[in-house]
Design a protein around this ligand. Sequence first.
Ligand code: P6P
Length: 334
Amino acid sequence: MKRISLTQYLIEEQRLHNNIPAELRLLLEVVARACKTISHAVGKGALGEVLGTAQSENVQGEVQKKLDIISNDILLEANEWGGHLAAMASEEMETIHPIPNRYPMGEYLLLFDPLDGSSNIDVNVSIGTIFSVLKAADGMQAPTEADFLQPGSKQVVAGYAVYGPQTVLVLTTGNGVQCFTLDREMGSWVMTQRDMQIPADTKEFAINASNARHWHPPVKRYVDEMLAGTTGPRAKDFNMRWIASMVADVHRILNRGGIFMYPADAREPDKPGKLRLMYEANPMAFIVEQAGGAATDGQQRILDIQPEKLHQRVPVFLGSKNEVELVTSYHKAK
Ligand code: P6P
């Protein structure tokens, strides 16, 4: 495959599909540059005195890691001045972040989980950034939280970066899924995979099995049948992976198939799972569907969910289409 840069890809996409106007291309270049900066900060580890926890909690009530805050600030500062955004929203901030009056406002809304998988930071396991781009309503003056509450099907772009052995950026603008690897010597993003496809079947599942006793019957049935392997109704053996970093689990699934599950369970009936709809489930669902996979909350397409709150949680089943459809059918059969 001819190695092209992110910039060349975005220019060629605009020529082909007329779906990446200059403002959106600037947005994507700025976010990609911010991910390079985050990768650099993450890569320093203890040498950069960025490990460990900050003395604060985020809106989710989770203790924030220093790198959570550093990554959030990097994305805010990188995106404020360009004139491409109307506002931003982040897992790390309770309310939306309007563009400061000293800068012009643009027509896009950017949402992100600045550093997903924070529990892995201090033990040197892959973490990442997840982002989603929506269009602001025409003629919008002062953005409010309500402007963000659009179903995932309205996303114009979704992407994630994985800060692992390589630093990669995976992106969809609605015409397939591309992967770019960071060339650290040149400081540029180079396309290394075009039109990624998730196999419809798999032998690998990802779930935090320590929660098994809390699972609702459809999840328990689905996982037990896989654990039964060749001795059970699936008549094949399965493997399990759980990195506790959604970006890393999803990246594996994009490369070799699999199903990722974070279900609701009996522990907190009013809390539908752990993952957030707007800046984790929606962008990952857009990417997975664009790669031929599927993503549901157990009942419906994640991209069809009408959001009610900025930080609302949602159960997540995503990856190999045939497996997602099977576990979803168990939820509907109950
Ligand atoms: P648990 C990371 O904190 C995260 O939001 C996802 O990246 C990951 O898949 C999940 O939570 C891990 O959750 O309960 O296994 O620690």
